[in-house]
Design a binder for this molecule. Sequence first.
Ligand code: ADP
Length: 511
Amino acid sequence: IFFSINTNMPVVDIDVASLPKQLFINNEFVDAKNGLKYPNVNPATEEIICEVSEAGEADVAVAVAAAKAAFEGPWSKVGPYTRSKLLWKLADLIEENLDFMATLESLDNGKPFCESSNADVPLVIQCFRYYAGAADKLTGNTVEVGGPLVDDTFTAYTLHEPIGVVGQIIPWNFPMLMAAWKLGPALAVGCTVVLKLAEQTPLTGLYLGKLIKQAGFPPGVVNILSGYGAVTTDGGVGAGLAILRHPDVHKVAFTGSSKVGRIIMRECANTFKRLTLELGGKSPNIIFPDADLAAAVDGALVSQFFNQGQVCCAGSRTFVHEDIYDEFLEKLTIAAKERQKLGDPLHEQTTQGPQVSLEQFNQVMNYIELGKQEGAKCIFGGCREGTKGYFVQPTAFVNVKNDMRIWNEEIFGPVMSIAKFSTMDEVLHMANDTSFGLASAVWTKDLGTAQYMQKRLRAGIVWINCYSVFDANLAFGGYKSSGIGRELAEYALENYTEVKQVCMKSHPSFK
Ligand code: ADP
């Protein structure tokens, strides 16, 4: 794996009774208005960890009102330097609790502790520090106006102002990291937030509420809701949909499936909410015959099996040149066996945990079945692992044809599809022949090949001789059905600001 793993970090005992399990609104933990709760399941054991409050329309209304009051009141008076200090303080608090947060993430999501402690939580900390640094560096432009309607008495400039109350809806695959990607830029520019967590993984997000209060953010600036998307468990409007429909929410940021992305876009049309979408992918990982084969095999493993394959930018279409095809398959099969250690996510040797939920487990198993029916050949895996917990063996299919559903649809699990290619233009055509365009990767020692491919791949990310490299300063987002807009880096700041032009004419009073 590309990051160095610190195995000295200890898994922490979690006292479930003392965890925040209610909605975080106005800096207080409160029950849902209608008292609804739902069970939160441990995907490794299928046991219930605890019950958490389930937000509905009425809770969203209270949270949006709190966010609006904070935006118009105290938060509007908090300047960039103080916003920066608050974000930095939040990063410090998370760092002080790194082992705890990583353990909680692994318990709730099922991801191996070595990943949550070495990747997820450190990236969360970096993200908040990045946006702490950005908060007091926002600038607009001074503008020369000189069109047919003006003379030299005009001066103009632009301001980048916070949009206001923003609604953020996140998925379960990187619960805390997705919260950080959303909160960091929004808070840096001075927006206030109603964040809805994924129903499958509420625990680190709610705990973040506790740390946000401790860091000193004023009440109402960040409100965090656990709950469902479209419908509540008693048949009401779900918290996600209620955010999309609320007239006082002026911007929505969503990460999740392309299917739900379409619904979100339609809903946001009603009130013209600003919208950024980070959606699915079916990313090509292309291995040329001159590649460092050992590195490419490692990269392919990471690309598909990292986080149980529950990664929007997973390299789920692997292209291997015919000259190295047989050798690659052989090495990949051995590496998958040696490196993918399935088991208790809290055990330090584990490198692959369970899928996040029964629903996801079923989806992945159905795709594996479908792959077999479609005539693809399974070269390893293909089965459930064990009888308890939602574990799926790392799986790879060859002889995959481009009209097969496993080749075209996002499986979101540890299932790789592999195809053979002969020429650069052939592989380029196949790689771009998809409705998605999130990530891509090229493995080669030849700069010319890398450059040629990099220019022509229709995707928001091109990794060259690496895969799944995340950094707060690297823009993340997709072409085509993979989304709209970019997260992280400077680009994310634009997502949360309106541009105001100020045009001033001078009327000197002294002659
Ligand atoms: P996945 O398929 O990865 O589970 P989804 O796209 O279904 O992801 O969900 C991502 C997030 O969107 C979750 O927080 C979920 O509750 C929310 N969500 C799902 N459906 C809707 C909807 N119709 N309106 C608003 N939010 C939704």
